[in-house]
Design a protein around this ligand. Structure first.
Ligand code: ZN
Length: 618
């Protein structure tokens, strides 16, 4: 059986494709300015309204609305399935389509060279750390003992563009393996097959090999040791590495002899290393993503208890909220899912260093159960003193509770939530699950006749509380679709602000930019192909067909996005500010809050015009 085609390959293929050449081989194209034009192959016409953009690698017909990427064209015109379209496009470019490693290919050895290379490079990084005074000093400053460095095989990537490349990439075949491991990056538009074609991905970073449960090195995470962006950098998705599946530290957890009762999920490799060092040998970390359902399935294969640990700041709370959303489908009787929020200004690394294992574990014991966290977090979003607020609470809770499988656990959860809104459990159950059968259907995009109208568009467009976010989010997304490269110009501080809002559109924008920063997309087509299976992808593809304002270039688009973000980030502040103003009589605390909000608003107005220059505080 053929395995899944890795996303990294699909990205690369789409980036390399030439849509003009592809469509030109089937339809007669005429150059018109920067684009190409033809009579549409999908509908009957005499005057050409079918356009192909080499820059966006995208086609669009103004007559019938047909549009898409090179892969999309092959699917529509040649009537191919997605994998068949990939095979066809790869064949044209003379590439073999890789398939994800299954247990069989593992043993047949086709991925063995990648494992071998990763191990060699991990050992090399470890030896560089041993010989580099500055890196050693940094590891020491972060409180890592020699034992921990050895246990986690921590190393250092030299501040060089080709240290790894020169050492391990002397032949074409070796360079191919380095590239497939994600250790080197290919320069754009280089036909040369020499060393010059590639450069090292990891430079001047403390390196953490990411190992599978058998101890094989799958990938790397690197933390910058001085100033620089991004602070954390992971290997891209490869044949071996799928970050939505792997948890950093799982191998080391399994190596420790203690009986495993629970797992602690934290956010960084440094946290994992320091926690293990302090004796909390059941800590793992996600790798630059929110906890995925796949992570949770892996966790619950091993233990029945998981504690998610987050920073107590707003970014931490936003991350916790996302983890909660993914944890709900896995919640059931017999399983404990809890949330721990650390005091502000602390991460697990600093806290366990300061107070030691016992005190830290006391915190874990007192972590909030999922039901409590859900009730508290929802309660903070509304005013439970009024009927309106309680109704809003029920509205917010419904889609979340529907993610939990029916059963004892869900009943108990509904029990707990009904307490918050002072409504009998039976009534809430009836409201949510008897009358509201439509809610379940709308979760599955394939069940909906028109996905653009269902989940995707709703999420992109629907403003909460009647705010004017609809246009802003759509506008920002549109600019990103046209110029995916501008995502890297959004600073960490801007992104964090966006992540803190509770508007679904802003959340989506956050997810989009976050993904593009971690895995940049070479052009519009790469981005659209990545999102092809998500409901939002349909809307994004439609936005790719729309024109931007005349004459707008990449820099202009970046400014548009930055300004949309500052307005969107400010929205909750404005709403709360207005709420307090409307209230009239204010308590001491509320007056203080009002003052803070006013200051925050003034500050945002000042920062709104200077996009891209602020410090990245993520
Ligand atoms: Zn047409």
């Amino acid at each position: 059986m053929a395995g899944r085609i890795p996303q990294g390959f699909i990205d690369e293929l789409t980036a390399r494709a030439d849509i003009v050449e592809l469509i030109g081989s089937r339809v007669e194209l005429k150059k018109a300015g920067r684009e190409y034009r033809a009579c549409c192959p999908f509908h009957n016409e005499k005057t050409p309204s079918f356009w192909v953009s080499p820059q966006k690698q995208f086609y669009h017909c103004f007559g019938c609305g047909a549009h898409g990427t090179a892969l999309g064209f092959l699917m529509e015109y040649d009537k191919l399935s997605f994998p068949e379209a990939i095979e066809e496009l790869a064949g044209r470019l003379g590439l073999d389509v890789p398939r994800e490693a299954s247990a069989q290919t593992d043993q047949s050895g086709s991925t063995q060279p990648l494992y071998d290379m990763n191990l060699k490079v991990a050992r090399h990084f470890a030896s560089v750390l041993g010989g580099d005074a500055r890196a050693k000093e940094y590891a020491k400053k972060r409180g890592l003992t020699r034992d921990t460095v050895e246990k986690f095989m921590i190393g250092f990537a030299a501040n060089s563009w080709n240290d790894v490349l020169k050492r391990f990439g002397s032949t074409d075949a070796d360079r191919k393996v380095l590239f497939d491991c994600g250790l080197v990056i290919e320069r754009e538009r280089s036909d040369s097959r020499t060393l010059e074609r590639f450069y090292d991905r990891f430079r001047d970073r403390l390196m953490f090999p990411i190992r599978d449960s058998r101890g094989r090195v799958l990938a790397f995470g690197g933390r910058i040791i001085d100033q620089g962006e991004p602070k954390y950098l992971n290997s891209p998705e490869t044949l071996l590495f799928h970050k939505g599946r792997e948890l950093y530290g799982m191998y080391e957890v399994r190596q420790s002899r203690t009986t495993l009762k629970r797992l602690l999920v934290v956010e960084g490799y440094m946290d994992v290393a320091r926690l293990h060092q302090a004796g909390v040998t059941y800590a793992v970390a996600t790798l630059g993503t929110a906890t995925t359902p796949e992570h949770l399935r892996r966790i619950f294969k091993l233990v029945n208890e998981v504690v998610f640990c987050f920073d107590g700041d707003k970014a931490g709370r936003a991350a916790a909220w996302r983890a909660l959303g993914n944890a709900l489908p896995e919640a059931r009787e017999g399983r404990q899912i809890r949330f721990l929020f650390l005091p502000e200004g602390h991460d697990p690394d600093s806290l366990v260093g300061e107070e030691g294992r016992e005190a830290f574990e006391k915190r874990l014991d007192g972590a909030l159960p999922l039901s409590e966290y859900l009730a508290t977090a929802l309660g903070e979003q509304v005013n439970l003193a009024h009927a309106d607020g309680r109704a809003q609470f029920a509205e917010l809770a419904r889609p979340l509770v529907s993610k939990v499988a029916p059963g004892v656990y869900r009943d108990l959860l509904i029990d707990r939530l009904s307490e918050s809104i002072k409504l009998p459990t039976a009534r809430l159950n009836q409201l949510w699950f008897n009358e509201a059968t439509d809610a379940a259907g709308s979760h599955s995009p394939s069940a909906s006749p028109d996905p653009a109208r269902a989940g995707g568009q709703a999420r992109l467009n629907r403003p909460r509380d009647g705010g004017g976010n609809k246009g802003l989010v759509t506008k920002a997304v549109k600019h990103l679709v046209h110029f995916p490269g501008i995502a890297t110009r959004i600073t960490g501080a801007q992104l964090t602000q966006l992540e803190m809002t509770d508007d679904p559109g802003s959340r989506f924008l956050f997810e989009l930019i976050d993904q593009l920063q971690q895995e940049p997309a070479a052009n519009t087509a790469v981005l659209l192909t990545r999102w092809r299976e998500r409901p939002e992808g349909v809307r994004m593809t439609a936005l790719a067909s729309e024109e931007l304002a005349a004459g707008i270039d990449e820099a202009g688009a970046a400014l548009e996005v930055a300004s949309a973000i500052s307005t969107l980030s400010l929205e909750p502040t404005l709403r709360r500010h207005q709420e307090l103003l409307d209230k009239g009589e204010l308590t001491e605390d509320e007056r203080a809050e009002l003052r803070e909000l006013t200051i925050a608003m003034a500050r945002s107005k000042g920062a709104g015009n200077s996009s891209g220059t602020g410090p990245a505080g993520r």
